[in-house]
Write a new protein. Sequence first.
Lengths: 298, 372
Amino acid sequence: MVDALHALAWAPFEQFGFMRRALAGSLALAVSCGPLGVFLVLRRLSLMGDALSHAILPGVAAGFLFAGLSVGAMTLGGVATGLAVALLAGGVARATPLHEDASFAAFYLIALALGVLLVSLRGSSVDVLHVLFGTVLGLDDAALRLVAGVSAATLLALAAGYRLLVAECLDPGFLRSVGGPGTLAHLGLLALSVLNLVAGFQVLGTMMAVGIMMLPAASVRFWVRTLDRQLALSSLLGAASCYAGLLFSYHLNVPASPAIILCAGAVYAASLLCGPRGGLLARRFSRPAAAILQGDVK
Amino acid sequence: MILSLFSHLSRRGVRLRSAARPARPPARMSAAAAWAAAVLAAALPAWPGAAGAAEPARLPVVASFSILADMARQIGGDAVDVHALVGPDGDAHVYEPTPADARRLAQARVLVVNGLDFESWLGRLREASGFAGQVVVASQGVAPRAFTGTEEGDGHGHGGDHDGDDHDHDHDHDHDHDHDHDHGDEHGHDHGHHHHGSADPHAWQDLRNGILYARNIAEGLAQADPARADAYRARAEDYVQRMRALDTRLRERFGALPAERRRLVTSHDAFGYFGAAYGVQVIAVAGLSTEAEPSAADLARVVQVVRRDKVPAVFLENITSPRLVEQIARETGAKVGGTLYSDALSPSGGPAATYLDMFEWNAKQLLDALQP
């Protein structure tokens, strides 16, 4: 029994270095992406992650064109264009009547087109895209260092700016009225998102990285109420999804990145249904009780 | 959003790209071309040599990818003008044709394709371009290798405890997907190798198939351009002689390798014909197409085989990402034996700029790394 469990749940990591690397890289990513996602959800920027993930594409492509498959060059490029899009979109939103979501959409689409163009410049082919999309099974030392570094830096930054971020997310008007640096908090949040997505595309590929950021974040509010618990739980759920996804990929012979995100998706679906705080089942069964209570009061 | 969505989809075999592309060249472009042609026509009589050049123009030929283009050039010589749709180092499994491709194809008189469902994107381009010339299916007459997963069909000892009991594997698996039944393995694999059809398209990796390719191409050129038919056939025969000589030499060289070192570990399954021809056992992480993303199980299977059989070297491919093969090297201590050219040639000036150079280069990489 214990042997079977060991063979199922741990032996793959014991036998294969690439499984350990995949686990380490994806766990590091999940731990920092979850809390970031919770803040984005609070700030109603859930779709921003998706936009930013495409904003980094031209930079990554340019990095690849200049320096080949170098983690450093691609990261630098990705961070540069990601931040540029975030800043430009934010700036336009503040300087003109255009809302931030609209200007974000405009800039990220421009960036996306530029990225596709750059990718196609290298000869004919889509093969650059294959190189650009990371695979969790192919993590090398440089990629692992990058992900671990970004994860640690993100957690430190979130801890340092915690009160500021909470104020900015929950009551930006108040923060501004007391002269708090709301813009700084907002930009900091976007910058951290860019950084995590750039690290995440090494591990999971761009779209999948957004998944590990947003799915756990969307799940946690069905379970716990306070922000600190939500932050911790989002890391935990993300990490569990990575672990389970890698095992699925190993035992069922399916690609790893989609398996991880589908696990996170399953967690979300379960939360949606069974979560005690606003989950569909909880609502269904608590409503009659509430009605009776109300009736009693009358 | 859109990009990564369809990049992921297209790796899974759903093709959205070409549908979204305008297939006709922009009108302004053709106006410019017409204008240029008019200017050229006006200028031509003044050109001293032009009036005397009664020689018919070069035969415009389009080939789907670089290897076929090189063959057509070798056979056509100066008489043909060959363009490859997917150029050097490009991946012809997935390709997004451009309007310029459609224009080239519309003007071509011969189209050389591999066949065996290799260029799945080509049918739509052909229709859109209105190509009305001769289509040469280069692989015609080749005995297709059925797709049976990878040749190393039995590397499924997941627990690591199968290491001793599955050494009866040096036969070709002609049966479909039933090679893991005898291991008492609880994981029901169905080998999610996403491939184009049931036949392996990489037939050019056997020089004797290359000979068939050359003759097919020569016949196609001869039919499209009967005036020079004899010249095409003569050049093709000369080319075939060179292929034969290389084939014989490689058979000797690989035959001299100890059997247990004749292993080719690489990223996608492009060397099946090569392996069958030269007695090399091929072990690939991903399936026949570069589109599929391998699973952890795929990678684990290859790692285990490399460890168990102490395979000395693993090989990169010019058209796929080196990450997975490097991971296998890290994991097993096998060295990275060099880059093989599987589905595309190198740019001119590179080590594998022609089909024959590619063969020599690949063989040298393999022999150097696998020699005891």
